[in-house]
Design a protein around this ligand. Sequence first.
Ligand code: ADP
Length: 301
Amino acid sequence: MIRTENLTKVYNGKAAVDGLDLEVGEGDIFGFLGPNGAGKSTTILMLTGMIEPTGGRCLVDGIEVAKDPLKVKEIIGYLPEDVGFYGNMTGEENLDYFARFYGMDARKRKERIAELLELVHLDGVAQKAGEYSRGMKQRLGLAQALINDPKVLFLDEPTANLDPEGVREYRELVLALAGEGKTVFVSSHILSEVRAVCRTVGLLAKGKLVAQGTLDEVARTLAPSDGDAVRIVVETREHLPALEDPEIVAVERNGNRAVFLAKTDIRDRLAASLFSQGVHVREMRIEEPDIEDVFMAIYRR
Ligand code: ADP
């Protein structure tokens, strides 16, 4: 449903997005993950036809965005990072103003707007948008992004201004929309946010795609290349003594806890060795690569 081919945007001689090849399937909830400044917003601006790529191209539902931006706009919804509204109009009036761009007649607009305000829990709010809290603006933004019943939804950091209740409602809404067959593209710099709703992710760093797939696949791809080494976590009641074993490649020790990087699963030998030294083992397990660690490592880089 969404595809980019060698998509590139250069600002002042520096690539904000650098040769991006992305693929998002229909009905997927795709998490576009990366630290601030990685190029997420720039990518979304190109995908939504707001700016033109310096190189490469992007397609939404088979339509090349730069060639036919208006056609693309008909089938997409977009929630920008900093959504803006007319402050002296109510939420309903703002949505109505926006809906007119899609050529809906008055009755259709009224119906659709009522439906959407209920969906984002802003029905019955009479305040002008200028008096809205940031969270309310975000909700209104989501309603605006949905006004044309889009096939594809682009959400740029959608939970940034939401309180926990708003975040919960947002997650339910995104899952429901994907359940209707819509494709959702969500950018975020917060791993937990992406983990909560996304089926597949793309990890962006300095304009480049570092990995793409399910979170587990991404974690596996990016796990420090230990060959086929096994990470064994050991926790003991007493201070952990130094352990010698030809299979051990590296050790990170921290008081009662240690992570052994070993060529093979030597848990039995480690346990026996600790037992012979009178050390009580509280826990010993193989640790799978954790996306959290992987992600932090990329942030630090
Ligand atoms: P993200 O959304 O991941 O935080 P952005 O896409 O906003 O990242 O920014 C990527 C890089 O491109 C940053 O270094 C940013 O400073 C730069 N950039 C973004 N927009 C512009 C612009 N209009 N002019 C110049 N540089 C820009």
